[in-house]
Write a protein that binds this ligand. Structure first.
Ligand SMILES: Cc1cc2nc3c(=O)[nH]c(=O)nc-3n(C[C@H](O)[C@H](O)[C@H](O)COP(=O)(O)OP(=O)(O)OC[C@H]3O[C@@H](n4cnc5c(N)ncnc54)[C@H](O)[C@@H]3O)c2cc1C
Length: 161
């Protein structure tokens, strides 16, 4: 279950998963662009403009030299290339990168929220119970008592030292 329904009927996404999703977008956007550029080749920025490929005098020749796979029509190939250019190599694409990274909060904000809400103590207990069949588990430790670090009070937990 990745969301709960509020009394008002509004669906509230799970805070940990929602923030992980946003963090992935914020941190992976540049890798997504790199991968798109790797498979696209330089075509996306070196294509002749629409005025050239729509020109009856040159369109035929362009489609001949710029066709790759015979079963993919030239028009389709350049439409995809221009789409990737718009998304990743245009003035607008720089804006997409920045809004992906900072829009809705910077990665640091996502990490803080994930850390605040992730049930760390539960996971620690799970691992400790799996390791050596619970021999390491210690109910007296602070993390065992405070089930959700950072959410025990309005101030949150302070470091031990
Ligand atoms: C295209 C775009 C559209 C936007 N639209 C909206 C909108 O519709 N409504 C709205 O309210 N806001 C909007 N924003 C603002 C957005 O929420 C902020 O840009 C974002 O929260 C980052 O804040 P900042 O730009 O002041 O950067 P800064 O706070 O200066 O962050 C820059 C870097 O500083 C570091 N940093 C800052 N504070 C901390 C901290 N406490 N702990 C650790 N590291 C820290 C981080 O590494 C961070 O990446 C938009 C932003 C963009 C780019």
């Amino acid at each position: 279950m990745y969301a709960t329904q509020e009394a008002t009927g509004i669906a509230m996404p799970d805070a940990v998963f929602a923030n992980i999703g946003k963090l992935l977008l914020a941190t992976q956007i540049y890798d997504m662009q790199r991968l798109a550029h790797e498979v696209s080749g330089g075509l996306i920025v070196t294509l002749p403009g629409p005025d050239e490929d729509h020109n009856p005098a040159t369109a035929g020749r362009l489609s001949e030299v710029l066709t790759a796979r015979s079963d993919v029509p030239y028009e389709k190939r350049i439409a995809v290339a221009r789409f990737i250019e718009d998304l990743t190599a245009s003035y607008q694409s720089g804006w997409y990168s920045v809004i992906s990274l900072h829009g809705g909060g910077s990665p640091a904000a996502m990490k803080k929220e994930i850390f605040r809400r992730y049930p760390i103590a539960d996971r620690v207990e799970l691992v400790e119970n799996l390791l050596d069949r619970g021999m390491l588990a210690d109910a007296r430790r602070r993390i065992s008592i405070n089930r959700q670090p950072g959410r025990c009070c309005a101030e949150g937990c302070k470091p031990d030292n």
